[in-house]
Design a protein around this ligand. Structure first.
Ligand SMILES: NC(=O)c1ccc[n+]([C@@H]2O[C@H](COP(=O)([O-])OP(=O)(O)OC[C@H]3O[C@@H](n4cnc5c(N)ncnc54)[C@H](O)[C@@H]3O)[C@@H](O)[C@H]2O)c1
Ligand SMILES: [Zn+2]
Length: 669
């Protein structure tokens, strides 16, 4: 028991620290998911032991505000919401009552007070009892009326928020209170509304959507008892209203509820509204009041939060695979779980920082999910606290010393990666060759990774050129397991035909960091297919960012690569082994097609294309490949086992093409 109480105290302390970072600094120190998990753990321990601290986050709202803003005592306490992850629970909460099914807006709760038709005060929720005065920033909000025709006292609450597309633009140039980029729109809206200067706030595109009338608009006796009716009056006064449905009473089924929720979510998606769930609350005001409250929430409402489905399994080991750049890529190997009909036992762990933050060690229980229903991802470690550094001191491939590199990620965080610096690391060399012969580079079929490995072991491949002189080793190759005269001839044929190649393939084959197919294609167009012109530019400090689609980092990378003597040697010498195809007719490339300028997304398993290939094909047709379906998508190409994206495209009325239909259209172009 004593241990449990200690654990409770510790959790309260930790959660309060996170609450301060979240509510006062707008710089969360952990993810919401992790916060919610700790919160639920605390709640359960409190229930088990009956021991509850007054400062527990399960009993209180928000966090004590410590800003320089003036503090105000709220006339009606503004509380948080109880939450569930089960839709069935939501339905049984509704029972036979008419209710509002609303979007749960992800911003900052704000109360607005009007008297005599004028806005007299605006404040934040703070800790539910004491809020902060933000009246000075209201004129900087985009859609809040300062005067209204309704003259009686009116108090309402709603959410100050930043639309998702606005946030994507804003986040590129802004930093939070501790100098880091904002991670999400909620933190930025909160930071903006709570800042001291209206000029700053007005640049942030903050909007206000109301979700509840606290006082006023109760004139019509027929409707006096309906939240829905009061919100409708607000709407008529010119306020933006949080989107919602009203549930039909008694006969409302689980399917109805699911459909309404789906419609709401689609609406949010199409209109870039930031949300983190659904809120239901009883329509009847008198009934709502009779439900009462706890220290943390009113009992007339319930929030429904959804998450990617996660699966529990056990982490068995972390493998480190050398990559071409010399980085060692960590991969989690865990007990097989079945997700969406596929067996999964591996997931990338990205880098050292990811492992450290999750405190991963073999043997711990982990939660894995499929992000966007495709890529396996380790979401959580259920057995934190046993972390010990298990980074291999030596490269698992060559035994050379490993080294840790630090770099800043795009959002300003320090990321550590593990590297093997040995340029002759066998596996690294092998990866280089694998890349060189791959389909998007020199496209030499018949040179599998296993064959390359054997050739390397025999010392026949020291540099890429050696591939073109493998004939010297004919007799020895014929002696190898799995090689006969036919397969040998096929190999030589494939090598010979790869000698006739293109600018794009050649540049891709060089493996200049960050320069893949897309950028190579841009360079091909810009330098009219001339390798010499490109080389000249690179050696003369040409600013490649002048080419649309090429950024600073890529430009820098090309200069760097050409600054290396051995690279130039390779670049020049290898060209002697090859002939280069004339560039495709410009006009043919530029011809308008039905795909020109269109955003095209592919989903499901395609028979004729890998993901890279379909994207390249889309670009060649003049289109823009997209990764998710939104109202901006023009076409969806569907392969086998298409799921969520197909459904969404159907709902949005987006043109859907089977793979065959796409191929036909493409061939007609
Ligand atoms: N990452 C962190 O460190 C950290 C710290 C603290 C809190 N949090 C996050 O915040 C959550 C708890 O915060 P909370 O108490 O502010 O709120 P909550 O997310 O549980 O939601 C309650 C609030 O939602 C708002 N809301 C939005 N739309 C609404 C609607 N249509 N109707 C009614 N209310 C609506 C209301 O302001 C209400 O106060 C946690 O679950 C966690 O996800 C994260
Ligand atoms: Zn190595």
């Amino acid at each position: 028991m004593k241990d449990l109480i200690e654990k409770i105290k510790e959790l309260v302390h930790t959660l309060n620290r996170h609450r301060n970072a979240y509510y006062n600094l707008e710089a969360p120190s952990i993810s919401d998911k992790e916060y919610d998990r700790l919160f639920d753990e605390l709640k359960q321990l409190e229930e088990e032991t009956g021991f509850v601290l007054s400062s527990s986050p399960t009993q209180t709202v928000g966090y004590k505000p410590v800003s320089e803003l003036k503090k105000v005592k709220l006339e009606t306490p503004l509380l948080s919401l109880d939450k569930t992850k089960q839709i069935e629970e939501l339905l049984s909460f509704l029972g036979k009552h008419t209710a509002l099914i609303m979007l749960k807006l992800d911003g900052l709760t704000v109360e607005l007070d009007y008297e005599g038709g004028r806005l007299i005060r605006a404040c934040t929720r703070g800790n539910g009892i004491t809020g902060e005065d933000i009246t000075h920033n209201i004129p900087a909000l985009k859609n809040v009326p300062l005067t209204i025709p309704y003259k009686k006292k009116l108090r309402l609450t709603g959410e100050a928020l930043i639309y998702k597309d606005d946030f994507e633009r804003l986040k590129l140039t802004l930093a939070d209170s501790i100098g880091k980029p904002y991670r999400n729109a909620r933190n930025l809206s909160s930071g903006s509304v709570r800042c001291l200067s209206p000029e700053t706030c007005s640049k942030r595109q903050v909007h206000f959507l109301a979700f509840k009338v606290l006082e006023g608009l109760d004139g019509n006796p027929n409707y006096r008892d309906s939240k829905n009716h009061r919100l409708y009056q607000l709407y008529k006064l010119g306020f933006g209203i949080c989107p919602y449905f009203v549930s039909a009473d008694a006969s409302y089924t689980l399917t109805d509820l699911q459909k309404d929720i789906e419609r709401l979510l689609l609406h949010a998606e199409q209109n870039e509204i930031p949300i983190d769930g659904i809120v239901v609350s009883y329509d009847s005001i008198s009934y709502s009041e009779s439900c009462g409250r706890t220290g943390r929430f009113y009992k007339d409402g319930l929030a429904y939060k959804f998450e990617d489905e996660t699966f529990e399994t056990i982490l068995r080991k972390i493998e480190w695979t050398p990559t071409r750049s010399g980085a060692l890529a960590p991969v989690a190997v865990f007990d097989t779980v079945e997700m969406d009909g596929c067996e999964v036992s591996r997931a990338t762990l990205h880098n050292l920082t990811f492992i450290k933050e999750l405190e991963l060690v073999p043997g711990c229980r982990i939660l894995v999910s499929k992000r966007n229903m495709i890529i396996p991802h380790v979401e959580e470690n259920l057995d934190r606290g046993a972390y010990q550094d298990i980074t291999p001191p030596a490269c698992p491939c060559c035994g050379g010393k490993t080294r840790i590199y630090s770099r800043l990620s795009q959002d300003g965080r320090l990321i550590e990666t593990l590297h093997c610096d040995n340029p002759d690391c066998e596996s690294r060399l092998l990866q280089n060759f694998v890349h060189f012969v791959s389909r998007k580079a020199m496209n030499i079929q018949g040179l599998s990774s296993a064959t390359l490995e054997k050739f390397l072991e025999n010392g026949w491949l020291k540099s890429f050129e050696d591939i073109y002189h493998l004939g010297q080793h004919k007799e020895e190759i014929l002696q190898m397991d799995g090689f006969g005269e036919t397969s040998y001839q096929n190999l030589i044929k494939a090598i010979q035909s790869s000698r006739h190649t293109t600018f794009v393939r050649y540049v891709v084959a060089m493996d200049i960091p960050l320069i893949g197919r897309t950028i190579s294609q841009l360079l091909d167009t810009h330098f009219a297919g001339s390798l010499d012109a490109f080389e000249h530019a690179a050696l003369n400090n040409y600013d490649f960012t002048q080419i649309e689609g090429i950024g600073n980092k890529s430009s820098y990378s090309m200069h760097n690569w050409f600054a290396e003597e051995s690279n130039i040697k390779l670049w020049k010498k290898l060209q002697n082994e090859m002939t280069f195809e004339e560039r495709k007719d410009e006009n043919r490339m530029k011809k308008e097609t039905i795909f020109t300028g269109k955003t095209i997304v592919a989903t499901g398993v395609l028979e004729n294309f890998t993901r890279n290939e379909i994207n390249t094909t889309i670009m060649e047709l003049g289109g823009k490949p997209g990764s998710s379906v939104s109202r901006k998508t023009d076409f969806l190409i569907v392969g086998k086992k298409a799921g969520g994206k197909l459904k969404k495209a159907q709902e949005l009325g987006i043109m859907i093409l089977s793979e065959d239909e796409f191929l036909k259209l493409k061939n007609n172009v």
